[in-house]
Design a protein around this ligand. Structure first.
Ligand code: NAD
Ligand code: UDP
Length: 314
């Protein structure tokens, strides 16, 4: 049994990770300031005596005795991370410094939830870990992209300078139950719009691409990365390489929800990446990991979750 801290543990990915690590017999400290996370995501875990919920903001120091740290605290949807851009970059940078300090003192292993956004609007396709990216340092996405890039830098500097045992994963678009219906990301937006027969809002012409990974697959990869004993620290891409256009994705959601929704187009936000697809050969080689859940299977589970949520809120 390990004592494991998950920052951002009440968020979408953090709640799945908390549940999985508890099921594997560990103690979990779930730390969250509830900016985008919700008690609803972890309510079913609260009665477990190996689960502890802490309301805390990771831009402030946090003290505990732990064996492992998953650093997930950071809003992930563009509307949420742009809502208070300065707070977003503080969360990534100060959050990394505070969790790395904790890892150093406890001799804990720390895994940083980085992102495909470190590649920006990529000039290399699919994206491999040795690509340094094409990021606008002064745009509206920079608070997130540059904050995450700086967090990677801090991980590597604490590793080289202080011998902290770090892991860096670059997560590509992930979806599943516990996404916030209002967080503005494409999967939740399209499903909620389709279930309510509202217009489906495609930003731009819909030719931009993304590659969607089901959350259970991602959590498998995260745990494999944390526990690998081969000295492999990453960065490693974790995502599903099955790439599709946003227009094709909207059509798939309409089909799976049997919806009468119409597709409408809205302006494309600035710096929206034109394409994104992970090269996962490094994850396959080093972690023996690849996603297993087919897009339709994953989306049907996610649609079921949102149907229930919308029903509860009526
Ligand atoms: P989310 O918004 O659901 O979860 C983030 C959690 O962090 C929330 O519970 C939020 O309340 C918490 N948080 C935010 N600021 C905090 C602070 N200052 N102190 C403490 N807690 C704070 O998003 P998610 O999709 O679950 O993403 C989790 C992590 O994975 C994020 O770091 C995100 O950047 C990364 N990631 C996610 C994706 C994806 O597709 N979901 C892709 C790439 C990277
Ligand atoms: N998008 C869209 N309609 C929406 C929400 C998003 O067309 O209602 C597009 C967005 O412009 C981007 C893609 O879908 O090209 C993925 O957006 P998301 O916010 O989910 O994540 P990103 O990968 O851009 O961080």
């Amino acid at each position: 049994m390990k004592r494991i801290l998950i920052t951002g543990g009440a968020g979408f990915i953090g709640s799945h990770l908390s549940e999985r690590l508890l099921n594997e017999g560990n103690e979990v400290i779930c730390l969250d300031n509830f900016f985008t996370g919700s008690k609803d995501n972890i309510r079913h875990l609260i009665s477990n005596n190996r689960f502890e919920l802490v309301r805390h903001d990771i831009t402030k120091e946090y003290y505990a005795e732990v064996d492992q740290i998953y650093n997930l605290a950071c809003p992930a949807s563009p509307p949420h991370y742009q809502y208070n851009a300065i707070k977003t970059i503080k969360t990534s940078v100060l959050g990394a410094i505070n969790t790395l300090g904790l890892a150093k003192r406890c001799k804990a292993t720390i895994l940083q939830a980085s992102t495909s956004e470190v590649y920006g609007d990529p000039m290399v396709h699919p994206q491999k870990e040795d690509y340094w990216g094409n990021v606008n340092p002064i745009g509206i996405r920079s608070c997130y992209d540059e904050g995450k890039r700086c967090a990677e830098t801090l991980m590597m500097d604490y590793h080289r300078q202080n011998k902290v045992d770090v892991r860096i994963i670059r997560i590509f678009n992930t979806y599943g139950p516990n996404m916030d219906a209002n967080d503005g990301r494409v999967v939740s937006n399209f499903i909620v719009q389709a279930l309510q027969n509202h217009d489906i809002t495609i930003y731009g012409d819909g030719t931009q691409t993304r590659s969607f990974c089901y959350v259970d697959d991602l959590v498998d990869g995260m745990i494999k990365m944390m526990n690998n004993k081969e000295g492999f620290i990453g960065p490693v891409n974790l995502g599903n390489p099955s790439e599709r256009t946003i227009l094709n994705f909207a059509e798939l959601i309409i089909k799976l929800t049997n919806s009468n929704s119409k597709i409408i187009h809205k302006p494309l936000p600035k710096d929206d990446p034109t394409k994104r697809k992970p090269d996962i050969s490094l994850a396959k080689e080093k972690l023996n990991w690849e996603p297993k859940v087919d897009i339709e299977e994953g989306l049907l589970k996610t649609i079921k979750y949102f149907e229930k949520k919308i029903g509860e809120n009526k």
